[in-house]
Design a protein around this ligand. Structure first.
Ligand code: SF4
Length: 349
């Protein structure tokens, strides 16, 4: 059998692994041991599975691949933020960012190599789309960053946000499976309340999340509350308009009862006026939300700029005067191009 045709071991369910072991005259409990190595112990290769005999490991190598996301380069910002460049089995690259703050350590992870959606202010969008990440490649980002959190900050990874490269809901199955393995007692056992999936707003997929009864947090990367402006800078909005997103989020809230996070990057003279703030407040009246205002960082080959401090303050005050819950997310990792919208899988020498 050619290597390329072998299934990846981490795409198999426990039942499927059990069938393989039975077919190869191995005891069923061996399948459990293997499964534990894959998810609970987060092994990176068959060789690490020392309680499986050598012949079993050889049989596994013969029949399956074990594709991993390996940290290739790691750089630390002066503010403590760490950017990790992961190399994939096919030499593609994605980035993850580890962000320490007062009470938490957050891993920002990628779900796709590149992104097809081409938002005009985003470095990842300029790359175009290469492929979806596999379940194991998403999982590896988390386990690598969990290790780095302990090594660098002497504390555990506390939160995960799917806000790196790619649109998570366009890799729906693998993203949901990865969350299952991160939260399952058979995996890392983290609370789903500590996980946030951020979407640009795909109404059909938002409704699917509601129907699937997900327990993690959902964030909408809105950035523009004016439908025409949003379509101009975020082309996905042409087919997935703000009224359609609103309707899907209402449905999501009615099913889950959850409060949503609205992400809003402030761009100088693009979406930072008080009339923009008014539109944002109107949008937010549709469901319980908290708004995260995010500082922008320059991305090469775009003409988007950061809003100045005075306009930022006025924008936030306008929302607060409407009794809205607003947080300001200061930019982190600026000196290593690790901030929001800057992830481009570039070399991080
Ligand atoms: Fe893709 Fe998100 Fe960048 Fe838009 S902002 S191009 S959805 S990665």
């Amino acid at each position: 059998m050619l290597t390329a045709e072998k299934p990846d071991i981490r795409n198999l369910s426990l039942d499927e692994i059990q069938i393989f072991f039975t077919q190869n005259n191995e005891k069923p409990f061996r399948a459990r041991q293997l499964y534990e190595w894959l998810w609970k112990k987060a092994a990176g290769s068959f060789d690490q599975m020392t309680n499986l005999s050598k012949p079993i490991r050889e049989k596994l190598i013969e029949n399956f691949t074990f594709h991993t996301a390996k940290p290739d380069k790691i750089v630390k910002s002066s503010d403590g933020t760490i950017k990790i460049l992961f190399r994939l089995f096919d030499d593609n690259q994605v980035e993850g960012v580890l962000i320490p703050s007062k009470n938490r350590v957050t891993a920002c992870i990628s779900s796709q190599v590149g992104c097809a959606l081409g938002c005009k202010f985003c470095a990842t969008g300029q790359l175009g789309f290469t492929r979806n990440l596999h379940l194991g490649e998403i999982f590896d980002q988390v386990t690598t960053m969990a290790r780095l959190a302990v090594e660098n900050y002497q504390t555990s990874l506390s939160h995960i946000v799917y806000m790196g490269m790619g649109e998570p809901l366009l890799n729906y199955t693998n993203v949901l499976k990865s969350i299952e393995m991160i939260t399952s007692a058979n995996g890392l056992g983290m609370s789903p309340q500590r996980i946030t999936v951020s979407t640009v707003g795909l109404p059909k997929m938002i409704k699917q999340l509601a129907d699937d009864g997900v327990k993690f947090n959902l964030a909408l990367s809105l950035h523009f509350a004016d439908n025409m402006k949003r379509s101009a800078f975020m082309p996905i909005n042409i087919q997935n308009t703000i009224p359609q997103i609103t309707e899907a989020l209402k449905y999501y809230h009615s099913k889950t009862g959850d409060r949503l996070s609205i992400e809003y990057i402030l761009f100088n003279n693009r979406n930072d006026s008080l009339s923009d703030a008014r539109l944002l407040a109107e949008f937010c009246r549709n469901f319980p939300v908290k708004v995260n205002i995010i500082e922008y960082n320059m991305v090469k080959n775009t003409d988007f700029q950061k809003t100045d401090e005075a306009k930022q303050t006025a924008f936030i005050e306008f929302l607060e005067n409407k009794n809205m819950v607003v947080n300001l997310r200061r930019s982190r990792g600026k000196d290593i191009a690790a901030a929001c919208g800057q992830l481009a899988g570039e070399s991080v020498e």
